[in-house]
Design a protein around this ligand. Sequence first.
Ligand SMILES: [Zn+2]
Length: 202
Amino acid sequence: MSDPRHGIGCPFDHPGIQVTEYAGDDDFAAIYNVAPILPGHSLVVPRWHVERLMLLSKDEICRFFTFAGKVTNFLMFHFKAEGFDWAIQDGMSAGQTVSHLHLHVLPRWSGDLPSPGDWYSRLKLPIIANLQNTTDSEGRTRLHETDLRKVVAALRAAATGYGLKAVVEKRTEGAGGDQDRGVDQASGQNAGSQRGGEPGGR
Ligand SMILES: [Zn+2]
């Protein structure tokens, strides 16, 4: 089965995303936002290219939010947060700027922003692909790549300790087979193909 992720220019399908990934399973990944609104600001995404939440099967929706819940618990613990925001912008009319389903997870602390709701207007376009840029379209500061790698490395180690799977940084595009498989860094066990055995013919 050909993989619809390849060759469409989606930033979440870009190999550069692996730099920011700190936890995942066969189907979903947690990635660090390169221009975080607040510390810990992450995105949870399906590994295959899918635009809208309701294009997931019932089972996939269940597993997507179950994984997101684990990631959120981890972030709350790791960043000693007091609360969190979740946001999905589903469709252009809802503010979706990248046509790949993504859930924002934002750890919160009292007084972290002038008003608790101030995060939402800052959501517009962070993203991933061009790590050389220092600001995004909204002027939010991107982490320098060196700092980003440090943050992600620390999160990978902590996430593994928390019971989330870490995922290898290098996942070869296109070739399929063993090169395309994630490996659990903690155990060295193969974490399985991203595309194997999926129901519903993605
Ligand atoms: Zn995509």
